[in-house]
Design a protein around this ligand. Structure first.
Ligand code: 3NM
Length: 219
């Protein structure tokens, strides 16, 4: 296997929390304001995920977030929009099952950017691992969630257990993960947890991150 260096990957592989933006759940705060709070809270991997904005507005926002994350040495990943990720120099791109084919996206982005792919079934996960161009997969939704529109039903722990047992690709658990259930997810073998509403919807984001980390570190 050819070893490639993707600069954002070190943060990625050592983080516990992977934070995603969603302005509609951010209690009136902008994505940029939320990102500033996440950085203040010590979050090291942030994904820009925005389904309701026009390209020009997303570009301006991502440019600002790129600058903030670069200064703070935070890994910055953009959901869906390969063009945006390239234009602002993001560290990575995250694709869903209905997005552009990962192999084609890898051709476009070259070898330095992280490529992530959401998966919801063992077949999708096996296919992603076989491609060889995907750095990590999303595994979920572990619990039911209203945040992702049209998402399949919660897979519970059975899918997560399958991944832990059978596949050798970095993964993030996602979907309905909260302070009160995150330890259960960890016990099932996940090291990286992706959260949206629990973080962006928190009244005090740094306090929420501290509480989640405390929960994770309890035996
Ligand atoms: N992807 P929350 S579930 C963006 O299963 C996303 O691939 C999922 O939001 C998947 O933390 C999901 O608010 C939504 O439940 C996660």
């Amino acid at each position: 296997m050819v070893m490639v260096h993707r600069p954002g990957m070190t943060n990625f592989l050592t983080t516990d929390i992977y934070a995603l933006t969603a302005e509609e759940y951010s209690m009136g705060r902008s994505n940029v304001e939320v990102v500033k709070l996440l950085i203040k809270a010590g979050i090291k991997v942030i994904q820009y995920r925005e389904k309701n904005k026009q390209a020009g507005a997303m570009y301006e926002e991502c440019l600002t977030i790129r600058n903030l994350t670069k200064q703070a040495r935070v890994t910055f990943i953009i959901n869906d929009h390969v063009d945006l990720a390239l234009l602002v120099g993001a560290d990575g791109i995250h694709l869903g099952q209905e997005d552009l084919p990962p192999l084609k996206v890898r051709e476009l982005i070259g070898n330095e950017m992280i490529l992530g792919l959401s998966t919801h079934t063992p077949e999708q996960a096996k296919a992603a691992a076989t491609l060889g161009c995907v750095d990590y997969i999303g595994v979920g939704p572990v619990f039911s969630t209203n945040t992702k529109k049209g998402v399949c039903q919660a897979v519970g722990f059975s899918y997560l257990d399958y991944i832990v047992k059978n596949l050798d690709i970095p993964f993030v658990a996602i979907g309905g993960i909260k302070e009160h259930n995150i330890m259960e997810v960890k016990r099932h073998g996940a090291n990286i947890m992706a959260l949206i509403t629990e973080l962006v919807g928190a009244a005090d984001i740094p306090a929420k991150v501290r509480a989640i980390r405390q929960a994770l570190n309890k035996q």
